[in-house]
Write a protein that binds this ligand. Structure first.
Ligand code: URA
Length: 190
């Protein structure tokens, strides 16, 4: 099964209510064979309008953050979200909606087979790393889950709201770059 096949099935998903109110499915974007996956929470208004993850102000900041460590959605990362359809009024996706959407993320991960998964924000980290993940204390740490390295960064939208967190995020990004050089060096020769 290819990502395109999975996306085609995902288009008609009715496992939760979010599909009924979205404009576009926001399935994922980037380079599938790169070994590095980024996972956000769910689409906002800009993403819903364009059908592409992280294209608003937070997305611009994300691209700038990735550039610091020589990552680029056109070159060596794949970006997806926990939920693929926009929750109305930018509310957090409900636990039931997150759970309903996990089959799609798992299917994406089965194809991409990432060596590193970078969670963007608390919600993705709670779903993918551990339910009691504390983003303020545990951002930038590395966790092994079935041989895959997981870590979490502050969500770029949180960094827009509170720029005082940016120096810590810079340190986290540098540690991620070092880790990628160890466990997925091929990402840097794409
Ligand atoms: N925030 C997210 O978590 N994901 C997006 O795609 C955009 C904003």
């Amino acid at each position: 099964m290819t990502l395109k096949d999975i996306e085609a099935m995902c288009q008609s998903c009715d496992k939760c209510q979010l599909g009924a109110t979205r404009t576009n499915l926001v399935f994922g974007t980037g380079v599938p064979d790169c070994g590095i996956m980024l996972v956000g929470e769910g689409p906002g208004a800009n993403e819903d309008a364009e059908g592409v993850p992280f294209v608003g102000r937070a997305g611009k900041l994300l691209d700038d953050m990735l550039k610091i460590i020589d990552l680029d959605r056109q070159k060596n990362v794949y970006i997806a979200n926990i939920v693929k359809c926009r929750p109305p009024n930018n509310r957090d996706p409900l636990p039931a909606e997150q759970a309903a959407c996990m089959d799609w993320l798992n299917a994406q991960m089965a194809v991409i087979n990432p060596k590193m998964v970078i969670c963007l924000g608390r919600i993705a980290a709670m779903v993918l790393i551990k339910p009691d993940f504390k983003i303020t204390q545990e951002h930038g740490r590395f966790f092994d889950r079935n041989g895959v390295t997981y870590t979490a960064l502050y969500h770029p939208a949180a960094l827009l709201r509170d720029p005082r967190r940016r120096p810590e995020t810079f340190e986290d990004l540098k540690a991620i770059q070092e880790k990628i050089r160890q466990i997925a060096p091929e990402a840097y020769s794409l």
